[in-house]
Design a protein around this ligand. Structure first.
Ligand code: NAD
Length: 313
């Protein structure tokens, strides 16, 4: 198979490139480096089965040659990034998805869009099954991301219904692991970098809000299975083991051996209080469930950041 992966220089996109290449497929990676890092795909540079296209997918493009699959992962993904690039975020969810779907349609390729648990907003149902429609503030600061992804889902379903395309939706929950950016503002990278740098860990509110954290290898396995399956989704792919933010902070301090203290800050606007996937569909339809426990995943992530930040063990 020859697949196009948008957002290829990002955290998830680069791991997906590795996964497809390791399984013998060839990959066209596309990215405009808005939030991505060329280092994430530097190791693929000399491979004949990997091509890179630098392009903003919110602008039209045609890709030469056959394409069997399109995986649309381009989008700022962390609150710091989408609040810094609100219009680009709306564009890539809307026009970017439209263009990626257009390429898939023209090539007769299957399509998968990276949606998010953020489509559930601040959920009134817990845990969140795919049948839940969400509780999203359409004009709050986070709406630029949440509504872009909801639009991307609607557009994907419209192409599926109108053109009979094999178009799939994955709803990704918090994922962490090597190749996250140290300054992307996500809670795992924040805590790890703060602990390794010996500065206070920033906890918002009382730290009692819960999150579920999925290690990147598990996440990529779930996405890969959905892509190859006959299922269309939406399917939640995430880890249902719930931790409070305070528990996460304590575990990071323990594994790093850091003496950093905890600094409590007010909760940001529209910050969801709870977030946990119902993964019944992924279990039954894809035979998927996460295998890597938080402690092991954190150890691997911390080892990566130690190397990046050149912090001695
Ligand atoms: N990481 C998570 O926990 C998570 C959770 C839910 C959903 N997702 C989704 O998964 C996808 C990847 O997220 P990530 O964590 O790897 O983020 P990331 O920021 O590391 O990667 C996104 C990539 O998309 C690229 N990009 C952004 N806009 C672009 C554009 N217009 N044209 C071309 N490239 C563009 C960026 O340069 C970057 O390389 C996103 O769509 C995100 O919404 C991620």
């Amino acid at each position: 198979m020859r697949v196009l992966i948008t957002g290829a220089a990002g955290f998830l996109g680069s791991h997906l490139c590795d996964r497809f290449l390791n399984d013998g497929h060839s990959v066209v990676g596309l990215d405009n480096f808005l939030t991505g890092n060329p280092e994430n795909i530097a190791h693929l540079g000399n491979r004949s089965d990997f091509e890179f296209v630098e392009h903003n997918i919110s602008r039209n493009i045609s890709i030469a040659g056959p394409i069997d699959g399109v995986l649309h992962f381009a989008s700022p993904a962390s609150p710091i990034d989408y609040l810094a690039h609100p219009i680009a975020t709306l564009e890539v969810g809307a026009m970017g998805t439209h263009h990626a779907l257009g390429i898939a349609k023209a090539k007769g390729a299957r399509f998968l869009v990276a949606s998010t648990s953020e489509v559930y907003g601040d959920p009134l149902v817990h845990p969140q099954p795919e049948s839940y429609w969400g509780n999203v503030n359409p004009i709050g600061p986070r709406a630029v991301y949440d509504e872009a992804k909801r639009f991307a889902e609607a557009m994907t379903m419209a192409y599926r219904r109108t053109h009979g395309m094999d178009a799939k939706i994955v709803r990704i929950f918090n994922t962490y692991g090597p190749r996250m950016r140290p300054n992307d503002g996500r809670v795992v990278s924040n805590f790890v970098v703060q602990a390794l740098s010996g500065i206070p860990l920033t906890v918002y509110g009382e730290g009692q809000q819960t999150r579920s954290f999925c290690f990147v290898d598990d996440e990529v396995e779930g996405i890969y299975r959905l892509f190859l399956s006959k299922e269309a989704g939406p399917i939640n792919i995430g880890n249902p083991n719930e931790f409070t933010i305070s528990q996460l902070a304590t575990l990071v301090l323990e594994i790093t051996g850091s003496k950093s203290r905890i600094d409590v800050q007010p909760l940001p606007e529209d910050d969801p209080r709870v977030r946990k996937p119902d993964i019944t569909r992924a279990r039954t339809l894809l035979g998927w469930e996460p295998r890597i426990q938080l402690r092991e995943g954190l150890e691997r992530t911390i080892a990566y950041f130690r190397q990046q930040l050149a912090v001695p063990v």
